[in-house]
Design a binder for this molecule. Structure first.
Ligand SMILES: Cc1cc2nc3c(=O)[nH]c(=O)nc-3n(C[C@H](O)[C@H](O)[C@H](O)COP(=O)(O)OP(=O)(O)OC[C@H]3O[C@@H](n4cnc5c(N)ncnc54)[C@H](O)[C@@H]3O)c2cc1C
Length: 498
């Protein structure tokens, strides 16, 4: 007979949201079981090896925000959990990124004042718009960034900003940029950084995007060595040390409300818990409970969101250090000459692979121990991959890989003939390893007028959605939301871990 386990909390999923929630809740003295479908923890924050562990590929880490001492929300969360040694493992970038547009290489440093100087130097006619952008980042963007702390009564809302913030949330970022700037060039350059949020500027709402710009420009961009997997593994170790329990290779299938407790059917165990923390997609929680057991109004809310972008990733190894082949910075964002404003037709005909921002990351520069690793990433959507037969899938994957590599060669011709290993991932690969709906890597799209906060009130008090589907994507968002909910749902007792 299947074994039954009891706990205060059952967390579905050991991504960053689940690990941080679990860690906070056990620190608060709750008994917590995390049930994870995969054989390793981390969700998107994992890694994989090839060639007898000589090549080590990071699945997601580019920039981790929020680690500036005192001012960063992630720094604050880790500090309060007593994880100073983990904080010390983060290294800060000296450069944010290098944007390549129409043959020009614009290197953005990591310091916000220097980012501004660089923009003013490259776009002197746009000085007024640049000043206004930074004003908005420091007002609306900052306030949005501080929502997590406001929930803990640690930030007082500036009500004077609300009217304009509301207005900004009705615009796309591209519409907002078009209002600020006279020329199209700066709009294309600044649209490129939306890739970090898994978004494109003509979709993502401007208010939400300003919070990301605050985090990216002012929050300190950092990385951890040993790939993002190391971060996930450290969080797991702390969770276990503080009394938590993990069940790996253990997908959750079904949830039933038994009145006093929730009964959860998983692959290996039956779990009876007082509360369920779901870090998987809200669509999956509805399936686990059965649609008939969820209020119509909530079903409509879930249906109203658009599943966000996944990505097409090319994982490559070079024959010599990438720096010798012209990939001198840790990251380049290649912007198409015509910008990234694609139409439905461009999506349909696959022209978007040539139009969307393409990131080229030099992992060797960040952490040489993984090998001569470089990666190319472009946003891609599950709709393009899930309906295909196996044969169609393989053919399309090869075709898209070739198209992307060719695009990279145009900027870095020395790479040609020097890639000694290449493999790719698609939104279907994302699904395989994270069970994320439609292989979305960045949860729902935050379009104008989209409020993810509506997902905070799941119509069953014993279920709480705690994931990037609710907080928005990103290491910092996922970790801080897990932490904040861990405090809020458990009476905010842990302010500083002793
Ligand atoms: C290519 C790429 C690059 C990125 N780069 C960055 C970056 O540089 N900086 C940044 O801040 N963010 C980045 N992100 C985004 C960031 O990785 C994610 O937003 C974040 O990791 C999401 O964490 P999560 O815990 O909410 O979800 P997930 O990582 O999706 O974790 C969910 C977990 O739940 C498990 N699960 C799902 N269903 C079940 C079930 N039924 N039963 C049991 N377990 C289940 C999954 O296996 C998974 O482990 C990137 C993402 C990608 C794909």
């Amino acid at each position: 007979m299947i074994e039954t386990l009891h706990s205060d909390e059952l967390v579905i999923g050991a991504g960053l949201s689940g690990l941080m929630y679990g860690l906070t809740a056990v620190t608060e003295g709750r008994s917590v079981i995390i049930s994870e479908a995969h054989h390793k923890v981390g969700g998107y924050v994992t890694s994989f090896y090839r060639n007898k562990r000589k090549f080590h590929f990071d699945c997601s880490q580019h920039k981790v925000t929020g680690l500036n001492k005192d001012s960063g929300n992630l720094w604050n969360a880790l500090d309060r959990l007593g994880l100073q040694s983990l904080i010390d493992e983060f290294h800060f970038y000296e450069e944010l990124t290098t944007i390549v547009f129409r043959g020009k290489f614009i290197a953005l440093p990591s310091d916000p004042e220097k980012i501004k100087e660089t923009l003013l130097f490259n776009f002197p006619d746009e000085a007024q718009g640049i000043e206004k952008l930074f004003e908005d980042i420091l007002s609306h963007g900052y306030q949005h960034y501080m929502f997590a702390r406001m929930m803990l009564d640690e930030y007082k809302l500036n009500k004077d900003l609300l009217r304009e913030s509301r207005f900004l949330s009705k615009l796309t970022t591209r519409e907002y940029y078009n209002k600020l700037f006279k020329g199209e060039e700066i709009v294309e350059v600044l649209s490129a950084v939306a890739i970090y949020l898994g978004a494109v500027s003509h979709e993502v709402n401007a208010f939400y995007f300003l919070h990301f710009l605050y985090a990216a420009f002012y929050g300190g961009q950092s990385y951890i060595k040993g790939t993002g997997q190391h971060l996930s593994d450290v969080l797991l170790k702390e969770f276990l040390n503080r009394g938590g329990q993990i069940l790996k290779k253990n997908p959750v299938y079904e949830i039933e409300d038994e009145g006093d407790f929730m009964q959860v059917r998983t692959k290996k165990k039956l779990i009876k818990a007082q509360r369920i923390i779901a870090t998987c997609s809200p669509n999956d929680v509805v399936k686990m409970l059965g649609k008939e057991n969820v209020e119509d109004s909530f079903l409509k809310t879930v249906d109203s969101y658009k599943i966000g972008w996944g990505h097409f990733g090319v994982y490559a190894v070079t024959s010599v250090p990438p720096e010798e082949l012209g990939i001198t910075c840790s990251e380049f964002l290649l912007v198409s000459d015509t910008g990234d404003h694609f139409s439905e037709d461009d999506f349909f005909t696959d022209a978007y692979y040539d139009m969307l921002t393409l990131s080229v990351t030099n992992y060797h520069k960040i952490d040489a121990s993984g090998g001569y690793i470089i990666q190319f990433v472009v946003l891609d959507h599950g709709d393009k991959w899930f309906p295909l037969s196996e044969k169609e899938y393989i053919e399309r994957k090869e075709k898209v890989q070739e198209q992307i590599i060719k695009r990279v060669y145009q900027t870095f011709p020395k790479l040609e003939g020097n890639l000694i290993y290449v493999e790719s991932s698609t939104p279907k690969t994302n699904y395989k390893y994270t069970l994320s709906t439609q292989g979305s890597a960045f949860a729902y799209k935050v379009l104008p007028k989209t409020h993810l906060g509506l997902l905070n009130n799941f119509p069953n008090q014993k279920i709480k959605l705690v994931s990037s589907w609710v907080s928005g994507p990103g290491y910092e968002s996922a970790m801080c939301f897990g932490f904040t909910q861990g405090l809020l749902l458990n009476n905010k007792k842990v302010l500083v871990h002793g």
